[in-house]
Design a protein around this ligand. Structure first.
Ligand SMILES: [Zn+2]
Length: 284
């Protein structure tokens, strides 16, 4: 799943390439993709794209007050495609935005999960309460917190560090890859209980977060598109068996059905091998 740096860079690409261009049409190709009914998305037609931003893992395209919010979930992509006409959906497309004098945006989703969503909100007469509701449970964006704020957020929910980092209600924008690498750079066990993090440990998480966001954003801005996770820089994420970049010992993993926790025992757990004895490997 794209995380904060990828989406930040992608919002920048969309903004730089399309800001000022007028929306000439919007067409959803699936009922399921639309998460709102009012306002009609066609209210945005004829309005110029003011900006594209991001909140957590949501992309936010503002057409002069008519706002499209897109969540790409696991396999969604919002790509530039050659301008199309007519109602025919490109293969795998869930929705398409047309522009005057610029390429289309086409929303696709890999796999069969159909979880990608598009919301439309109306800010023409001030802030939208429906939009505020969508984001009501979302924690602050990970790149907006100082060390003290991050510590307060992490300690507010007791759990394993790796899980709490990925909980969007605690901190928004982090996923599996950043959680794995964050714990490694901070030299903390992914299973460390957040309720017992010391101030020094929180400082290490905060420093690691800043370094990793910077590393990732520097990479992402060199890319023309949202690339697959496998192409992104990682320390330990999905590198089980490879040498730890810090100490050279083999990286370990704890496998769950839908994700993998990677860590270096030497750097993170005083040599202990982690095993998940709270849940069966295939139940979580
Ligand atoms: Zn190591």
């Amino acid at each position: 799943m794209p995380e904060l740096p990828e989406l930040e860079a992608h919002a920048g690409r969309l903004r730089d390439g399309w800001a000022g261009h007028t929306l000439s049409g919007f067409r959803p190709f699936s009922f399921a993709v639309m998460k709102t009914v009012i306002p009609d998305p066609n209210e945005g037609v004829g309005r110029p794209l003011s900006t594209v931003g991001r909140r957590g893992k949501y992309l936010i395209a503002n057409f002069d007050g008519v706002v499209f919010v897109v969540h790409l979930m696991q396999g969604g992509r919002l790509r530039a495609t050659a301008p199309a006409s007519g109602p025919k959906a490109p293969r795998g497309a869930l929705a398409r935005w047309g522009f005057d004098g610029a390429d289309d945006w086409t929303l696709t989703e890999a796999g069969k999960e159909r979880r990608v969503g598009v919301w439309v909100f109306d800010r023409r007469n001030g802030p939208s309460t429906a939009e505020a509701e969508l984001f009501a449970d979302l924690g602050p964006d990970a790149d907006t917190l100082d060390a003290r704020g991050l510590g307060e957020r992490l300690r507010s929910r007791s759990g394993r560090l790796h899980n709490v980092l990925r909980d969007q209600r605690v901190v928004a924008g982090l996923g599996r890859r950043l959680a794995n690498d964050l714990c490694h750079v901070a030299r903390l066990s992914p299973f460390a209980p957040t309720g017992r993090l010391t101030d020094d440990e929180v400082k290490r998480v905060h420093l690691a977060l800043g370094d990793l966001l910077q590393r990732d954003l520097a990479f992402e801005v060199t890319q023309a598109e949202l690339v697959n996770t496998a192409k992104r820089p990682t320390n330990v994420h999905r590198r089980a068996g490879e040498p730890c970049p810090t100490c050279g010992e083999p990286i370990r993993e704890v496998a769950y059905r839908s994700y993998v926790v990677n860590y270096c025992p030497t750097c993170q757990t005083d040599g202990r091998i982690l095993a998940d004895n709270t849940t069966s490997k295939f139940l979580k």
